[in-house]
Design a protein around this ligand. Sequence first.
Ligand SMILES: [Zn+2]
Length: 78
Amino acid sequence: ASTSMPIQAMCPYCGNYIVTVTSRVPGLLTWLLCASLFFCGCFLGCCFLPFCIKTLMDVKHSCPVCGHELFHHRRLPQ
Ligand SMILES: [Zn+2]
């Protein structure tokens, strides 16, 4: 998956055609930015700023019917 927007898909777990529910989770890019801000001298909490920036977050798509996670959209390849 290459989108952070909800998409239509067939859930492989419950078999329903659903529109995925997206939720944002901290990903590798978030941690990298956090670390680089930390090493630039931002010791007093602003190194956690990337966690507040939605566009930097990974996106988890899950099924609204059964709640299973269908896929995970990452900002950086892992
Ligand atoms: Zn499902």
